[in-house]
Design a protein around this ligand. Sequence first.
Ligand SMILES: Nc1ncnc2c1ncn2[C@@H]1O[C@H](COP(=O)(O)OP(=O)(O)OP(=O)(O)O)[C@@H](O)[C@H]1O
Ligand SMILES: [Mg+2]
Length: 518
Amino acid sequence: MGWDGAALERLVRGLPGIAYRCLNDERWTMVFASEGCRQLTGHAATVFMGEAGRSFTDLIREEDRGTVRAQVQEAIEDGMPFQCVYRILTASGREKQVWQQGVGVYSPRGEAEAHEGFITDITEFRLTEEERLRLAVELRQTEKLDSLGALAGGMGHDFNNLLMGILGNAEFALSSLAPDSVVRENLRNIREAACRAAELTNQMLAYSGERRFELRSVDMNRLIQEMQHLLRSSISKKVALRLELAPELPAIQAEPTQLRQMLMALVRNGADAMGDGTGTVTLATSVMNCDRASLKEGWIGEHLGEGRHVCLTISDTGCGMDEATRTCVFDPFFSTKTRGRGLGLAAALGIVRGHRGAVRVESEPGRGSQFTVLFPRPAEVASKAGAPAAAAPAWRGSGTVLVVDDERIVRQVAEWMLKRLGFTVITAEDGEEGVEKFREQAREIVCVVLDLSMPRMSGEEAFACIRAVRVDVPVLLSSGYDEQAATGGRFAGATRIGFIQKPYEMAALEAKLRSILG
Ligand SMILES: Nc1ncnc2c1ncn2[C@@H]1O[C@H](COP(=O)(O)OP(=O)(O)OP(=O)(O)O)[C@@H](O)[C@H]1O
Ligand SMILES: [Mg+2]
């Protein structure tokens, strides 16, 4: 294949981007520009040719124009090639990033008469670069969530053990006290404070995202409608609560209690943002058609796939947030309120993550805030709602129960509760001792209450050893974590087994024992 002038012309004409030569004047008057100009700028190359033509430099964004001209000029004067990156506005008003490289064209006397080179579209590359940065920010956010989550989860678990001791002892003391005792009130206060602390602990556990909820099919609209009175009564009278519910909303897979906690936290925050003033908090549901682009920006939580997701937005007409606040709102213990604990949104985020959803916040000072939560498309799996236990009449147990727990205070409280229920109790302070004691009295023991996280031999190993001795002995597992986090489904399929989360009160223990012993 030969090479001639025509071949060269074809090459230049077909090149993506612009091959050019222009005068070395302010407006870069084009002497030649290749046809790729139309593709890049939306204008035909001829538009920029000659004195009467348009100024090419007018396409350059105003903020970039001065720098670009100076850079080019300086290089040309130094006799050096130049390259620069800048933004142009195309004929349709779209912004593109371009990369230009060129050299000066000099007269025999050494005067810079023109310059020539290439101008290439790099918008896509730039986007990829931005994407990389965005992913890095997201990764940092995820790492933060993971480490803080692990911390919150660990603390929550330990606190629940301690609270079990406080609650149980208060309950014990109350029940053995003379009815007219003066310290009755104090003990009630202790109990109440411990219950509140347990609520906080559970919020921390929620934030840790460790909880995998018992999901069932939930109609979000109905849940909101049922809750609206509660929501209204928990915010100031000056704040109106408006509902904008989508007429046909697919059900989502969720745990209603957790959704309620999340809604409460978000609505309360919206109302708080009004200060003493009036305003509106709007709760809206919809089905959002998400494409790749709309799922890119600012979502925290799960990476949802494209498609239709159930969307919940909570917007308010309150004070709004500046950027510094906005980036911290989900951090545990971040609060700008004098009496805020900074756990509302941390827990809400944990709940969103536990539901494999994503959340986004948009806000500006003075312009209110909007929180958007996306729930993934409902999985096809049928709901497996657990039937709530019916209220129980007085019940008494009998026989020996073995309590295995490494926390002394938990052993004491459990022992006291079990005795009150009519059982004889033996205790062991770790898995090995538990297995040993079980072997000694395997025939008398009617049930084992077994802590799952203990040093030396874990609850899971102890369970296996105990069941190896007697395969049908009922076992009540317990942990400061909730069931899914503690057992992770590892005991699925085992019979005569139950789970109770610490701290527990006597009524809860009784109900669990009845169901596995019955
Ligand atoms: N709708 C909102 N408008 C303005 N600021 C908000 C909004 N929601 C949250 N914030 C900011 O985020 C912070 C954290 O909110 P979060 O709910 O986690 O904690 P809190 O409300 O301060 O305390 P609490 O634990 O009692 O909920 C708030 O203190 C506030 O600064
Ligand atoms: Mg709050």
